[in-house]
Design a protein. Structure first.
Length: 65
């Protein structure tokens, strides 16, 4: 069972551990390139993304792999 993805995790670390998460970041238009060195909360806030919905989608994606 994968570790739960949380708002304080660094985007690049999440992508490295769970490559399937890149599709979720792309779907939500979260900048995983320039924002990849920051935590999910900071980048989601900057990109105007609902953090709770994003985290739910990320955790669902990694749970299904």
């Amino acid at each position: 069972m994968p570790l739960e993805i949380t708002e304080d995790m660094i985007i690049n670390d999440v992508i490295k551990s769970y490559p399937q998460s890149i599709a979720v970041f792309n779907e939500f238009r979260v900048d995983s390139c320039c924002g990849g060195g920051q935590n999910i909360k900071t980048t989601a806030s900057r990109d105007g993304v609902n953090l709770e919905v994003l985290l739910q989608a990320l955790n669902e994606a990694v749970k299904n792999k």
